[in-house]
Design a protein around this ligand. Sequence first.
Ligand SMILES: NC(=O)c1ccc[n+]([C@@H]2O[C@H](COP(=O)([O-])OP(=O)(O)OC[C@H]3O[C@@H](n4cnc5c(N)ncnc54)[C@H](OP(=O)(O)O)[C@@H]3O)[C@@H](O)[C@H]2O)c1
Length: 297
Amino acid sequence: MSSKVFVAGATGLLGGRIVDALLDRGASVRALVRPGEDAAKKAAIEALQARGLEVVAGDITDPPARLAEAVGDAATVISAVQGGPDVIVDGQANLVHAAEKAGAARFIPSDFAVDVTKLADGDNFMIDWRRAAAARFRGADLDVVSVLNGAFYEVMVGFMGIVDWEGGTLSHWGDPDQPLDLTSVSDTAAYTAAVALDPGATGTLRFAGEVISFRRFHEAVQRGSGRRLELRDLGTADELRAEIERRAGLTENPFDYVALQYQWCMVSGKGKFDTLDNARYPQITPVSVADFVRASS
Ligand SMILES: NC(=O)c1ccc[n+]([C@@H]2O[C@H](COP(=O)([O-])OP(=O)(O)OC[C@H]3O[C@@H](n4cnc5c(N)ncnc54)[C@H](OP(=O)(O)O)[C@@H]3O)[C@@H](O)[C@H]2O)c1
């Protein structure tokens, strides 16, 4: 198999790290990049180009023939795009079609979440789109290999709203001893690159930097940051589900409560991984929550 990898979403948080990890491993990488004026994104892509990244201009909603030309002789196509159903369902189905046309052997969709295979429609609308996309890929003439990572550490200590650094609190729903699958963005990227370059990787692969309860997560964040944070219990997983329903009744915009849907998928245990595939790639030593927080404090 050619080791060339095609990446869509390379200007994104995860996609850029995936390109970085692939280049670290000596892979030949081509990225599909939409034309844009964002100076920081341009600079990030230029830095990757200086390391050997090949860039082709385009959009995953481009006509399949044009997109197939962009994919060229890549053996594996990775999608790290983010967006609505036009991107996640229709765009990724279009990209798979183009990858098939180009003769690629594998497609890694933009899943990168809790265990999407265990959830039901309605649990999380953004995961519903990924499940709808997976249904569209079925029957494709290439292998679809899904990489799951639980939740990013960056999200858990950042924009999920769990840690209030100014207020000095760490708030959780559900049983504080329910194990959660968590991974840093860089380690998710390293595992994705390893999967992309592993001809034997098939099906759904699940990775976690740490499997850790909210109680232990709280301790790790305190240890890493050197800060004392009050652990606040917001209610049970069932109460969280009711809160999501309540908010859904108050807004037309589901993004107002999607962070709570992600938390419900974790704290209810429904999106928990039953097995981990970390051992398949022993060369990757994922960072712990405490070390991650220490390095970013
Ligand atoms: N498990 C977790 O905790 C967690 C947290 C966050 C994200 N994720 C997942 O990680 C994946 C990547 O998310 P992210 O946060 O890295 O996304 P992001 O930073 O928003 O980047 C999205 C990327 O998609 C590209 N894109 C969007 N529409 C496109 C199109 N039509 N054609 C080509 N490229 C397009 C964007 O290009 P432009 O720069 O041109 O806009 C950008 O490169 C998603 O599956 C997301 O759900 C998981």
